[in-house]
Structures are given as structure tokens and as C-alpha cells.
Design a protein around this ligand. Sequence first.
Ligand code: SF4
Length: 337
Amino acid sequence: MPGGYWNTTGRPMSWAAELGRIMVKKYLFGPVASRRLGISLGIDLVPFKTCSINCVYCESGATTALTLERREYVPIAAVISQLDEFLSAGPEIDYLTFSGAGEPTLNSGIEHVIGFLKTRYPQYKICLLTNATLFSVPGVTDEIAAVDLCIPSLDASTAEEFAVINRPVAGLDFTAYVNALIAYCRKARSEVWLELFIVPGKNDSEASIARFAEIIRRAQPDRVQLNTLDRPGTVDWITPSSGENTMRFVRALEPLVPVEAIGPFKYKSANLKPQLGSEQIDELILELISRRPSTPADMSTALGIPGKTVKTRLAVLVKAGKIASVTNRRGEFFSIP
Ligand code: SF4
């Protein structure tokens, strides 16, 4: 999880200008234009810089609180109150994103924030940027199950690479982390974009790429995002992966899942589904059910949109009076009233 304030737009933006866009709310930042997520409001659940690992490429600097301990690092009631105050005005936002300078799942109250947002503001999609190292902790993947998009990271294909690149807290076992990540990707109801940060000379040998391919073959995420150094990390020896080097990963992984390079070198697999905004999804749903009443599962299959996203948008459309539902023996059907 390339950390810190990920509010990059893909366009040049001065640090001062960027700072000027950061909202003055203790646990929220933005909304900002994100190159991956459109307009995002960041939610920061841990103090600077609390993380279970200490990545050499971290844009936020070295981890000062290296820990696996889960607790309420920032008061969840205050986070919810700030979110309620901000969202009650109905701002245009594509994603509410758990991110910030640290690992969000370290906060033991993350499930409460997700539950609040899903109940009170179902019209907004939720994204979680996570290093996934706590997925092997019982209950964590259940707590985050309701997010719409999860972007976990995987930068190491062996315990040795994990030690050099991610520098984990003592006791964090690489095999347990990878197995839990694979299990999560396979069962997640949300979209999963697995992010892999290429560190030349450390995780890009032919053997490493083959091991990554095997992990990704087993995990089957919705897409893999290849990233590399764009801003200074925490060590001076790290260099960016060239386009040619990044393409070695693309060639190995593309037969398995759609791949996107999101670092300085850009690439997209031809079969990468475009990310649709809420309005576009609503239009597709309305167009489909104007032709025939459909169940959420019918819509998900016909439109190629995750079932969870379909259900979220249906709730919004029902609330707005644009669609209605009837339940019969075959399930709940939606139509235009
Ligand atoms: S996982 Fe932690 S150390 Fe690594 S990039 Fe993210 S915030 Fe930084």
C-alpha cells in the first residue's frame, strides 16, 4: 500500500496546492482527485505513522509505531461524527477511502465505521487501501467484508523479499499473510485490485515473477495493479522500474488476470473493464429494467457489475422513487414504477 496522502491526480500538482486541498478535519482528508478512484474522501483511522510494516518505498516516511496490535487508535465516535457532518451535505464523491499514513485495519473499530456508512450513506462506495498483513487475524476480513473495493498489496514473493522490501514487525509471518490474502481474494464480495510494487533488484527476478504469477493464479483478484517508485521512498537505494521491466510482469500476469501499470509507465490490459461511476451504473440498471423486470443477480450477470455494487445502487434508486420492487417465488424483481 504505497502510503500516505495518495491524492495524486496524474497531473502535476505542487505540494502547496495539494496541501491546500486537504480538508481541515482531523480524521478526514480531501475530497481529492485520485488517479485511481476519481473523487475520494480519505478516512484516516490511525495516527501518523502507525503500521504493521515499514516499506522501503513508503511516501509517508519511516513507520514510527511498528505494531500488530489492534485497538481504537483514533476515537471511532469522532470519525463517525466528522463523516456525518461532511456527508450530510450530499457532496459529489466517487469513493470514501480508508487510507492515510498507516494501516487502517489496525483500528479495531473499522467495522463500525463501515457499518455506519453503509446504513446511513449507502449511495457512497467504500474503498479500503490495505497492506493485508492483518487478514490472517481472526475476524478482520469479516469486518471489512462490506467494502465495495479493496486494494490489498503484495510486494514480496518470499519471506526474504518481505524482510527487505516491507520490513515487517516481529512476529508477522509471510506465509500466513500470503495464504490469508489468497483466501480473502477468492471469497471477497467486493472488487479486489491487488497492488504489486516493483522494486528493481529485489523482487523482479524471473523466479520472483514466476512465484508472483503462482500466487495471483491462486488468488484470482479482479485486476493486478503494477506500481513502482514515483516519489522518494524511505531509503536512497530504491529506483523505479523501467517500462521494459514492468512489461516483464505484464507478460507473465496478463494471461491470468487483467493488469494495469499505474506508476510512471502506464499500461492497461485490453480486457480491463472500465470503472463505471455511480451515474453510469444507474443508467445501465434503468435501461435494463425498462426492458424487463430483473433480480439483482440478473443485473449483475447481464451488466458484468459486482452484485454488491448493484445492490447498493438499487437501494439508492428505490429511495429516489425511480424504481420499485416486487417479491415472488423467484426472488425480488425490480422494475420502473
Ligand atoms: S503499508 Fe505502511 S509502510 Fe507500507 S506504504 Fe503503506 S503506510 Fe507505508
